[in-house]
Design a binder for this molecule. Sequence first.
Ligand SMILES: [Zn+2]
Length: 119
Amino acid sequence: MNKYKDALEEMVCQFAHRGVKDGKSVLHTGGLSALETAFTALGWSDPKNLEDRDGDTCDVEGCAAWVETQGGMWRESGYWCLCREHSYAYRKGEPQPKMKQRAVDREASRGEDGCLPIK
Ligand SMILES: [Zn+2]
């Protein structure tokens, strides 16, 4: 474990530009030189493809957009993490779309107190 590399990666994940390319969530530099230097130091391509992950990528099946809102949408079935488009679909009164299996499994793992198990 390299604490400097880990710190740089965490900072880049927080501040790099977010987007979707070819159906995948990506981070990119947006042409900012400090981010370009950091991506190079980390050995990352620009854009860098990211894995579908709880809290980062929308819970709706087939959606690779970034999470912008959490909880309150289709709440009778779970605490969903949604992108802007799917959050708006909820506000327009659309029915709940199919959710990704990782999100369904996450919600099914909540205890009686509503909390997720500690990993
Ligand atoms: Zn979405």
